[in-house]
Design a protein. Structure first.
Length: 288
């Protein structure tokens, strides 16, 4: 039967995907919040059987006190579409840095620092498996509050986080608390002019590329060329989520075209390596 929120019917497709294990309970709850009014934890509990739906109901109950605020955050929108998606992204993340920094960089953390830490640990484990950051110069493109940059700081020789949002850069800098090998800078979302040629051995774009893709193919090609310029020969570029348009095949095709056009080897494309997050991974390497 349909599960109802205060304002209407909850998306049955989300529940079906969660029950089948196609998405985690965290992603399911995030999608329910994004697609309608906050779900009723009691209604979810009445529906749940042992397994993913029971964990979803438990997660909703755990965050009961946050659900209305999270629903309001979702209704305010995460879509920076418009004539200038890059500038709109900066404004969006300035607002999120002020109102909900943890949820702003990973909505499926529900603003819970402990949940964000678990998701970050999962992400960093994949980064280490795909391209070991130990002793390398790392650039985190679209760094947000600096969660990944700071998690890698003990491994890397240096980490530079870049973001279009002045608010996110300020929040990341505050969280770094003067750490010597980490710095955060504001970029313009169109180039990496603050970074010298061949200055990065590992470059990350974690859920930031989808905010560039709406700016159009020329904008994507321009930033891709900058990534290739900044990468040292043999350097790795890990990108998680190419777009949010829901067409993984097109994302993979565009990634292959970008690699061919900019002297990059595409080692992984369209992989789903996470248990919590539903991010889709790509691994490029700069040809020597």
């Amino acid at each position: 039967r349909p599960v109802r929120a205060a304002g209407g019917v909850i998306d049955e497709g989300v529940l079906a995907r969660c029950a089948a294990g196609a998405i985690s309970p965290e992603i399911a709850l995030a999608q329910l919040l994004l697609s309608g009014d906050p779900p009723d934890p009691a209604a979810l509990a009445a529906r749940a059987e042992p397994g993913p739906l029971a964990r979803l109901a438990g997660l909703a109950e755990q965050h009961r006190d946050r659900l209305n605020d999270l629903g309001a955050l979702a209704r305010a929108g995460f879509d920076p579409a418009g004539e200038d998606p890059v500038a709109n992204s900066a404004a969006l993340f300035d607002r999120l840095a002020q109102d909900a920094p943890e949820a702003g960089v990973a909505f499926y953390s529900f603003g819970d620092p402990a949940a964000l830490a678990r998701a970050t640990d999962e992400l960093v484990a994949v980064i280490r498996d795909w391209a070991d950051p130990a002793g390398r110069r790392v650039v985190d493109l679209g760094c947000g509050i600096g969660r990944v940059a700071l998690a890698l700081a003990d491994d890397a020789s240096s980490v530079i986080g870049v973001d279009v949002s002045a608010g996110m850069v300020a929040e990341a800098t505050r969280r770094a608390n003067g750490r010597a090998n980490v710095r955060f800078v504001q970029g313009n979302g169109r180039d990496l002019r603050m970074l010298p040629d061949a200055s990065a051995e590992l470059l990350l774009a974690v859920d930031s590329w989808p905010f560039l893709v709406p700016a159009g193919p020329e904008a994507v090609a321009g930033v891709t060329a900058e990534v290739a310029r900044v990468l040292a020969p043999g350097g790795d570029w890990l990108l998680f989520n190419w777009s949010y348009r829901g067409d993984p095949a097109q994302d993979v095709a565009e990634a292959r075209e970008a690699a061919a056009a900019h002297g990059l080897e595409l080692l992984r494309a369209g992989e789903r390596p996470f248990a919590i997050w539903d991010g889709i991974g790509f691994h490029f390497r700069r040809l020597a």
